[in-house]
Design a protein around this ligand. Structure first.
Ligand SMILES: Nc1ncnc2c1ncn2[C@@H]1O[C@H](COP(=O)(O)OP(=O)(O)OP(=O)(O)O)[C@@H](O)[C@H]1O
Ligand SMILES: [Mg+2]
Length: 232
């Protein structure tokens, strides 16, 4: 397959972490390509490097070796400042623990990336309200994270990830701390967004049901791709 068809591509990624007296190799020559508009799961045992891979593919961390291309842009050629701007407009992140700002309301949390992108306050507020409506939180806009349930907090995080209409969303165990049915509703929302907007999703998960709903599944073992299954 032509590499240019991949909206997300990682080639021969190595990532090792230096600790006080040792070097820990985590990713050891991992390559992966995801086509535009697809939902892709990354699976593998705890500690295998799924979050590390998502951070690298999202430009939050740099590989020790190897190249990452996102929407045609080679991340390794960008400075930190350029990367930050690129992330804000191209990639939405949903983390296992949402990292919402506790002193801000749901609406303000979703507004932040819009304001960073240069939107005027009124426009950002309107868009944030619309995004919260999409995730079913129209009547929770003025709640702070601690006044929301875990599932609601996670949906605010999804709304925030969708701000600026990113073509790509990276989700790390998005339903990891939710009960089965709340988790399933969150998954339904992600797949709905994928179908409606053609957003590409790369999702690290231990959840079999979620992994099997994705268009592809890449299993990592010992720092490399062990298996790549394409379902559709
Ligand atoms: N900044 C860091 N410094 C040192 N070691 C790190 C660092 N970040 C991650 N690691 C190590 O890299 C390995 C992979 O971590 P990672 O978080 O990517 O695993 P994971 O596959 O996401 O696991 P889980 O399923 O538990 O979320 C772990 O053994 C972890 O201890
Ligand atoms: Mg992880």
């Amino acid at each position: 397959m032509d590499k240019n068809e991949f909206i997300l591509s990682a080639t021969n990624i190595h990532r090792q972490f230096k600790t006080a007296n040792s070097v820990l190799p985590v990713l050891k020559g991992l390559s992966l390509g995801i086509q535009r508009g697809k939902t892709a799961a990354v699976t593998g045992a705890s500690g295998v490097g799924k979050s590390t891979l998502l951070h690298i593919m999202g430009g939050l961390d740099r590989p020790t070796e190897g190249a990452v291309t996102v929407a045609g842009v080679i991340l390794g050629n960008k400075t930190e400042t350029q990367l930050a701007a690129f992330r804000n407009e191209t990639i939405g992140f949903v983390f296992q623990f949402h990292y919402l700002m506790n002193d801000f309301t749901a609406l303000e949390n979703v507004m932040i990336p819009l304001l960073v992108a240069g939107k005027k306050k009124g426009e950002a507020a309107d868009e944030a309200e619309h995004l919260l409506e999409i995730v079913g939180l129209r009547d929770r806009t003025s709640h702070r994270p601690k006044q929301l349930s875990g599932g609601e907090q996670q949906r605010v995080a999804v709304a925030r990830a969708l701000a600026n209409d990113p073509p790509i969303v990276l989700a790390d165990e998005p339903s990891g701390n939710l009960d089965t049915s709340t988790g399933r509703r969150l998954h339904d929302l992600l797949f709905q967004l994928n179908a409606d907007n053609d957003t590409t999703f790369l999702i690290a998960t231990h959840n079999r049901e979620l992994a099997e709903r994705c268009d592809s599944e890449t299993q990592i073992v010992d720092g490399k791709v062990f298996d790549h299954i394409t379902r559709r």
